[in-house]
Write a protein that binds this ligand. Structure first.
Ligand SMILES: CCCCCCCCCCCCCC(=O)CC(=O)SCCNC(=O)CCNC(=O)[C@H](O)C(C)(C)COP(=O)(O)OP(=O)(O)OC[C@H]1O[C@@H](n2cnc3c(N)ncnc32)[C@H](O)[C@@H]1OP(=O)(O)O
Ligand SMILES: NC(=O)C1=CN([C@@H]2O[C@H](COP(=O)(O)OP(=O)(O)OC[C@H]3O[C@@H](n4cnc5c(N)ncnc54)[C@H](O)[C@@H]3O)[C@@H](O)[C@H]2O)C=CC1
Length: 703
């Protein structure tokens, strides 16, 4: 029996089973120090001539290998050091691939990044059919590329087109998809995974992948076809990345090198590119965001208080938000949900939304129909409060009307258990006002989701002054169970996300009123790194919703939040945005051109004058300034929460790490100076807030 701290070997009928189990860690990750341990084990194996094959598996209950240890990458002081790490991984995996004995990877749970690269170096792969099992090379989401042979082995395993799609998006394949793509040789129930891998090892090294289908042969089997693939991939990634992310383009270069100059040159190019990318600010920002979100998941209590039970949930209002909240509760949290509305239409609307979303998953073969039906069965509807006597949490998503919401609190606390939490999804009303007159105000909290609820990862949890810590902990528990990344924010106007969004949106409207075309304004912010432009966002959320929030912000926070007067003209002209097909854009069948009627309404002649960078910076600087002010007022608890809120709530460019990380990276003094430059060019509203000026004077920063 050969042992190390990470790898153990035992044999079963002449098959050596290598088990990787990093001590004290929930996940297996790859570290440079493991290379020698594994080599020692391999030497022991070579000395045992009764071993006829090998299986590599994980000792973790629900995880194979999650990739390279990202902390190890953070510790790299130079591109050369990171390149050396990559070469170490490449060398070791080449040795695995060159083994005389057949080596089979038995995969259950996440098999990602370097973990999949290790599996690709094995001679065969078997995975469990479990929903936890995912196979992918998500390095691009960390601003990296695979660094241990993945850029060379994956295309040769699943074909160039499929491999590029996986590596450029970071998508993770489910077991069935992996089997269909040829990434694994077999998919079996977890209970027989090891025995299947052993049997495969006994059969010797599986044959190399058969010839691809005719289409991939035609496309990938020759330089001309591959040029078509690479050129298309390059134009697509340039359209998406807009020059903000260096990793995807480097990935293409590395894969192409491997095809044109052979695997050895491809590996050399891979290591060089990996080393360079580890040291880029974009990757540092994305890696920091990754750890920020994993750290948040561990914070299960709040101010020392543990959460209460969250076994049964009620939702008030089956509309756009209530339907989404019910859906994520039933499907992601796996909890029974009781939807109450004032008429059947609301209930049916919520049920139909859940059915549509789940049916889409079934059509994409991401979900089996029996499982869909099982999840739908968790949803029930009612026009009265039957069943609410057992609801541990009730999430309210009725009309944005203070009187109605207050009545909801009273009724729910009358029908519900004493420990029950009332969580309002209000987008603008002060929580302390909603809690006024409640029998148990300490059980009232804000739980602000973002639309569409099934896609937007952020939730704001808003305690009022009388909310108990246990209530906040319970709301955090529910939000996390729903797959959300929640942040706790102060009960002040606009909470956090809407507060920092408002000045950004207002500046976009000012640009429009200065005559800049709608598409030019949106394109400037998308080029800057936002997922959509500010005017597209307004159309999506609803111009009326924004109009409801603006006066609440202005009343509590001051005139800087006053929407430009022209905003009223849009509403008078019944321009609500996507919801009624008329907004900044015309939502007609042919596409989504800017609505020419808009310029007539606002008496404008659109003329692109300002540089895109100026337009983007005008909007972003005001958002940064407001975020700094909000943090100084305790609206968010930390720069980390402020970064998570902005990136996950409004898509603040992830490659910056979020507003506070961006201010830190650029330098507070530099950003203050830039704001002062914009004061001179565009007006007093760009005056840097006192906290930023003070930090600049004292040489302080956020990280
Ligand atoms: C066999 C010997 C080999 C020796 C090789 C020599 C050196 C190797 C050099 C390799 C160089 C190139 C390799 C490469 O291609 C680059 C990479 O692999 S980069 C990493 C790519 N992987 C990922 O991006 C996956 C990141 N993780 C996740 O997406 C999720 O964690 C996951 C889906 C795996 C699980 O999600 P969940 O269940 O929600 O758990 P958490 O997210 O909360 O994580 C639990 C726990 O694990 C920690 N963790 C997860 N992944 C990593 C990681 N890659 N590095 C470090 N730590 C990781 C996470 O932080 C949590 O830690 P706690 O302390 O428990 O909070
Ligand atoms: N639409 C959005 O993007 C977001 C909205 N919000 C907030 O969520 C809440 C709901 O918004 P939407 O879902 O967009 O509205 P909606 O109009 O789509 O749905 C509201 C639902 O509440 C029901 N309802 C009204 N009074 C009720 C009562 N007394 N009891 C039970 N049900 C009742 C209505 O029948 C309707 O089905 C509002 O407070 C809104 O500000 C929060 C975040 C984003």
């Amino acid at each position: 029996m050969s042992e190390s701290t990470t790898f153990t070997l035992h044999t079963d009928d002449h098959i050596g089973i290598i088990t990787m189990d990093v001590p004290g860690e929930r996940m297996n990750t790859l570290r440079a120090s493991f290379a020698d341990e594994l080599r020692t084990l391999l030497a022991d194996i070579r000395a045992q001539d009764d071993i006829k094959g090998l299986v590599f598996c994980s000792g973790k209950p629900d995880a194979f290998i999650a990739g390279a240890d990202v902390h190890m990458l953070d510790d790299c002081a130079s591109a050369e050091a990171a390149e050396a790490l990559s070469r170490a991984g490449q060398a070791l995996f080449n040795e695995l691939e060159a083994l005389d004995l057949p080596l089979i990877a038995a995969i259950h749970g996440p098999c990602l990044g370097g973990g999949l690269e290790l599996a690709l170096a094995c001679h065969g792969r078997v995975c469990s059919d479990d929903d936890l099992t995912r196979l992918g090379l998500p390095e691009v989401q960390l601003g990296l590329i695979p660094g241990s042979g993945g850029t060379q082995r994956l295309p040769r395993r699943v074909g160039l087109v499929k491999a590029l799609d996986m590596m450029l998006t970071g998508k993770q394949l489910r077991p069935k998809q992996a089997l269909k793509a040829g990434l694994v040789d077999d998919m079996v129930p977890r209970s027989i995974l090891l025995e299947t891998a052993i049997a495969l090892a006994k059969r010797g090294k599986p044959a190399r992948p058969g010839t691809r289908d005719l289409k991939s042969l035609m496309l990938e089997g020759n330089p001309l076809g591959r040029k078509v693939v690479f050129d298309k991939a390059l134009s697509t990634l340039r359209r998406k990345a807009r020059g903000n992310y260096p990793a995807p383009e480097r990935l293409l270069e590395v894969v192409r090198t491997g095809y044109e100059r052979g695997m050895a040159e491809g590996l050399k190019a891979e290591a060089e590119a990996f080393g360079f990318l580890v040291m880029t600010p974009e990757s540092a920002s994305l890696r920091r965001l990754f750890f920020a979100t994993t750290d948040m998941k561990k914070e299960t209590s709040y101010q020392g208080a543990e959460p209460g039970p969250v076994a049964r949930v009620g939702v008030l209002g089956g509309g756009l938000m209530g339907g989404g909240i019910a859906y994520v509760t039933a499907t992601r949290a796996g909890l029974p949900v009781r939807i109450k509305d004032i008429d059947d239409r609301g209930i049916n609307q919520a049920m139909a939304m859940a059915h549509r979303l789940l049916n889409d998953k079934v059509k994409k073969k991401h979900l089996r129909r029996p499982e869909m039906n099982r999840q739908l069965a968790r949803l029930t509807g009612t026009l009265d409060y039957s069943g609410f006597n057992r609801a541990d949490v009730v999430v309210e998503a009725v009309f944005e009307d203070l009187k109605i919401k207050r009545r909801m609190v009273r009724e729910v606390q009358k029908h519900g258990p004493a420990h029950g939490v009332f969580a309002s999804n209000t987008s603008s009303l002060p929580i302390h006002r909603i809690a006024e007159g409640a029998e148990r105000p300490e059980r009232v909290v804000g739980l602000h989701y973002f639309s569409p609820v099934d896609k937007m990862p952020l939730a704001e949890i808003i305690p009022h002054a009388g909310t108990s810590a246990g209530t906040v902990a319970t709301a955090l528990k529910l939000a996390r169970a729903q797959g959300k990344t929640p942040i706790v924010v102060k009960d002040s106007a606009g909470f956090y996300v809407n507060r920092i969004l408002a000045p950004y949106i207002n500046e976009a409207i000012r640009l429009l009123l200065e005559g800049e075309p709608v598409e030019a304004i949106d394109r400037a912010l998308v080029d800057y790194g936002f997922p959509v432009g500010p005017l597209t966002l307004l159309d999506e959320v609803g111009i009326d919703v924004a109009a409801n929030i603006a006066p609440v912000l202005e009343e509590e926070l001051g005139s800087r939040f006053r929407a430009p007067a022209a905003f009223g003209k849009l509403l008078e002209d019944k321009r609500l945005g996507k919801k009624n097909g008329r907004g900044f854009y015309a939502f007609d069948k042919k596409g989504k051109p800017a609505d020419p009627g808009l310029y007539h309404l606002l008496e404008l002649t659109p003329q692109a004058r300002l540089p895109a960078r100026d337009m983007a910076e005008r909007c972003v600087l005001l958002m940064l300034n407001e975020a700094a002010l909000a943090l100084s007022e305790g609206v968010v608890a930390s720069p980390r929460d402020g970064d998570i809120g902005a990136v996950f709530g409004i898509g603040f460019p992830p490659f910056t790490g979020g507003p506070f990380h961006y201010l830190h990276q650029q330098g507070i003094d530099t950003m203050v100076a830039r704001m002062e430059e914009y004061v001179r060019k565009y007006g007093e509203r760009f005056t840097p807030c006192a906290p930023l000026r003070q930090m600049a004077e004292q040489g302080e920063s956020y990280y």
